[in-house]
Design a protein around this ligand. Structure first.
Ligand SMILES: [Zn+2]
Length: 149
């Protein structure tokens, strides 16, 4: 999926775009690695989200962070939920970048968290409606209780 993203450094390379600095933080060339792993904007969004899920994050800057985050969730229910949350996060970070490109404004990381929470709420309720183990249920209810939007 990532390979299709037209980051500005790629556009600059093929001559479409003059500048290649990241639209979200303005500091570094906007490569895929930067946008989703090293960018302080993305990291702030992810940190908020991981705080909500109560997942501890180590080694932010390394590629594979997202995979490691999902792996920290124990059990298939929580893991698939974390993957869905991460997919939503990637989507909204990318949308923020598009917004920055066309409208020259960057949404506050908190608003990304809110959007991810709203999206996830539907999914979480769907999961709760199915038969689950007590452990899964407690984990899900816990996350649900921390959604404050
Ligand atoms: Zn950046």
């Amino acid at each position: 999926m990532h390979n299709r993203l037209q980051t500005r450094s790629r556009l600059a390379k093929i001559g479409v775009c003059q500048e290649d600095s990241c639209l979200l933080c303005g500091c570094y060339p906007e490569t895929r690695e930067h946008l989703f792993f090293q960018c302080t904007y993305s990291q702030t969004c992810l940190k908020d989200i991981m705080e909500w899920l109560q997942i501890k994050v180590i080694n932010w800057e390394k590629e594979g962070t997202w995979r490691r985050l999902a792996r920290q969730a124990k059990g298939s229910v929580s893991r698939s939920f974390v993957w869905a949350v991460l997919a939503a996060a990637i989507y909204y970070i990318w949308m923020a970048r598009i917004d920055a490109f066309w409208n020259m404004k960057v949404p506050h990381p908190r608003s990304i968290l809110k959007k991810v929470m709203i999206d996830s709420k539907h999914r979480i309720l769907e999961v709760l409606n199915r038969k689950r183990t007590c452990k899964d249920r407690r984990w899900i209810e816990d996350i649900l209780s921390r959604i404050n939007v």
